[in-house]
Design a protein around this ligand. Structure first.
Ligand code: ZN
Length: 98
């Protein structure tokens, strides 16, 4: 199969028409993946908004403050909230001793 520049331009202007397979999978066009920085094995967030499927790169957010957290974080908490929780735990522990 060869690359059809004219067809690709037409698709980008009118939207891509993609087949949904028997498992509900759809291939995200490469130009869209590149534009959004969606790499293989990365996660996307899929939601339904007013009858439209909205898909965007998944962003890990802190469960407490909602700020963006890095992929390496073990828990769904940002470093700032983790340190505040630790501080609170230490204070609670110390007040028990009094
Ligand atoms: Zn946080």
């Amino acid at each position: 199969m060869f690359f059809d520049f004219k067809e690709t331009c037409r698709e980008e202007m009118n939207g891509f028409e993609k087949e949904v397979d028997s498992l509900g999978r759809v291939v995200i066009p490469m130009t869209i993946r590149r534009a959004l920085g969606i790499e293989s094995n990365s996660k996307v967030s899929v939601t339904l908004q007013d009858g439209t499927v909205v898909m965007m790169p998944a962003i890990k957010k802190c469960a407490l403050c909602g700020s963006k957290i890095s992929e390496e974080m073990k828990f769904r908490l940002c470093a700032e909230c983790v340190s505040q929780v630790k501080e609170y735990a230490v204070q609670a522990e110390n007040s028990k001793d009094l």
